[in-house]
Design a binder for this molecule. Structure first.
Ligand code: VGL
Ligand code: ZN
Length: 201
């Protein structure tokens, strides 16, 4: 068992990020058994769930003429335009059926404001609008977080950067993550998180 000051944060293990899903990450389902086992080690387990409105600004389909995976400029900075994914209440937004959800005490939903995307479990992409996870972890005496899930180079990495910035000790357990890896995004995520003090374990 880990110390009670440690939390496991499971990022976006949802159908749309697994093979067959709308924004499938290669091998996304391969990590599930290991994540399920890992939940046994932690008293505090948090799941995140990407949870978009159908009119969400991060969807290429809502930008006439824009191709999925192209870049656009939002008021808060550059934003990748994604295929429609994880729409609230759809089966694509549901957790993968193989993922254990009973051990989790908290599910953080993110990306539900139509005008702003939210990769990180802590802040939306403006890096200032909080999800409330920081307060939850601090109130429970958590100082160390282990991050697993999908996708390594987007939601896992952004969560890790924010957690490190907030002063948590952070490990990305890479064997229990899978990446989108688009235009060098995985190498960039690795470099940025390592500079921020994140451990890749
Ligand atoms: C994610 C792209 C769009 C992720 C979520 O979970 O990494 N990536 N929405
Ligand atoms: Zn999303």
């Amino acid at each position: 068992m880990r110390a009670p000051t440690e939390a496991l944060i499971v990022i976006d293990v949802q159908n749309d990020f697994c093979p067959g899903g709308a924004l499938a990450v290669a091998g996304g389902d391969e990590i599930i058994a290991q994540i399920n086992d890992l939940m046994e080690e932690f008293e505090t387990v948090v799941l995140t769930q990407d949870w978009h409105t159908a009119d969400h600004a991060s969807f290429a389909a809502n930008h006439p003429g824009a191709a999925p995976f192209s870049l656009t400029e939002m008021p808060y900075g550059p934003q990748v335009l994604w295929p429609v994914h994880c729409v609230q209440g759809t089966s694509g937004a549901a957790f993968h059926p193989g993922l254990r959800t009973d051990p989790a005490q908290l599910v953080i939903r993110k990306g539900f404001r139509p005008e702003i995307d939210s990769y990180s479990a802590f802040f939306e992409n403006d890096r200032t609008t909080p999800t409330g996870l920081e307060g939850y972890l601090r109130a429970r005496g958590i100082s160390t977080v282990t991050l697993v899930g999908l996708a390594t180079d987007y939601c896992v990495a952004y969560s890790a950067l924010d957690a490190a910035r907030l002063g948590f000790a952070v490990t990305i357990l890479e064997v229990a993550c899978r990446a989108i890896d688009m235009n060098g995004s995985l190498a960039e995520a690795r470099a940025n998180t390592i500079s921020a003090g994140v451990i890749w374990g």
